[in-house]
Design a protein around this ligand. Sequence first.
Ligand code: ZN
Length: 101
Amino acid sequence: MDAERQVENMSQIVQCVSCDGYGWIDDEGKAVDCDWCGGIGYVYRNERGLDRRIPTADLPYVSEELEALEAQRLRQLGYTGEARKPWEQAIRRQRSNSNDS
Ligand SMILES: [Zn+2]
């Protein structure tokens, strides 16, 4: 267990248990945004095992990790196309608001 110890105060990012990383759930044939993760497909999990939605403001900072997780998930599904997820929009918005170089 000791070797498993991670950086304290750092939550891990895990696949949303409610939508399995999809970001949406099937509601009687209709795709609706997952409430649990806010459509992101991933949530923070703290050291006590509690899941928490990733705030939109955090997306630019965790986007690389999310992309890596998403790529991994899609590979497991046998899907090789590109991921299109809400965080990409959030990043674009953030960049156009602040300094664009
Ligand atoms: Zn979800």
